[in-house]
Write a protein that binds this ligand. Sequence first.
Ligand code: SAM
Length: 472
Amino acid sequence: MYNVMSPKAEEFINHEEILESLAYAKSNKNNRELIDEILAKARLRKGLSHREAAVLLDCELEDKNQEIYALAQQIKKDFYGNRIVMFAPLYLSNYCVNGCEYCPYHAKNKHIARKKLTQEEVAKEVAALQDMGHKRLALEAGEDPVNNPIEYILECIHTIYGIKHKNGAIRRVNVNIAATTVENYQKLKEAGIGTYILFQETYHKESYEKLHPTGPKHDYAYHTEAMDRAMEGGIDDVGLGVLFGLNNYRYDFTGILMHAEHLEQYKGVGPHTISVPRLRRADDIDPDVFDNGISDEVFAKIVACIRIAVPYTGMIVSTRESQACREKVLHLGISQISGASRTSVGGYVEPEPEEENSAQFDVSDNRTLDEVVRWLMEMDYVPSFCTACYREGRTGDRFMTLLKSGQIVNCCHPNALMTLKEYLEDYASEETKAIGDALIEKELDVITNPKVKEKVMDYLANIQNGQRDFRF
Ligand code: SAM
């Protein structure tokens, strides 16, 4: 149905078009009439083109900016309600052959501790993550065909899904590994992964090549076309992202929207998620050396404008951001956050001694998962440990159809409440449990279908008797 001969990277991320869009945005940043028109279109909740979104990002009219923030909040509520999906990264190996200038895993870094988990160590890390209450992971690894070949990643996925520890289980494994071949994406699909995540870092080809001077990641086209290959390999949930701080943020904001448009147009389904990582201090990396850092205000504006431009896409913010910053962007469009993350290899079982640092970057939000869950609930968010969609075959356009149908209140919301209750029962502190039980009681009213509500109430009552993992 969709054109298999999809355009090449430099066509769908068209440099000239990005520059023209930025010039257009700049010359219209105070054009009240045009901004009103774009906002009127955005209110239809069908998204915006990259050029329209670029105008909103640049908008300098204070009252219009307030409208942008209010609309982003409303769209977030309409599509994602007050649920926030929880996950944690799991670093498998920091061996890497690439030369990424911003990442301490770069091959020339001789003093970072190089580590690769054995299957026994993977099992221990997973048990530690399950003991916190996590059900969803994002696997992370450097690119190294000798130390971390695809077989190693597949073996780890197999190990992870196989570990059932007390009432715990990892029910969804997302994977963030280097761009690879269609065959390898097929293997990942067969291994049962959820989303394949790959950050573009920057869409600006020249900067990209400078930032990745050596190693396979140097190849801009191979990296940029990775999602096309992933989809060809059968993975229909893909996650985009750029690393803000590396390049002009306006350029990368426009680029990521063009990438989303490309996937929608040529693969029939847009990105499942968009991540918004910002560059952080790390072992031998000083973020101040890069001169494209963005303020918290600009960061918030980016989140709001992505939310408006691609209303159906999940948005992820990690523990790279502080509690205060996460709080701000949660309201503006974020639907998934990590909690209690360790960015070192093996860091969940044992904190590393300083002289043995293997971490990818310093995290800003160091709270425990219990603290993050309680904090969310105190703001009336429902932390969700749901992993049902992909396990029920609702991936790609089937997930998008559900989202657009408005039936989320009778599907995602019940699943969120049931998995939250599992968390409260098995892992939460007394204080968190009390807040959570009261929240669940209140949130049951959001479910509109009486039969669904009855089933949920029945399940909630049975959790105390040991029942687990019922889902819609
Ligand atoms: N090796 C894979 C690749 O090349 O895409 C996996 C990615 S890596 C484990 C995950 C992401 O961390 C990278 O894509 C990059 O955006 C981000 N990252 C690297 N260095 C960082 C830093 N100093 N601060 C924040 N994020 C960083």
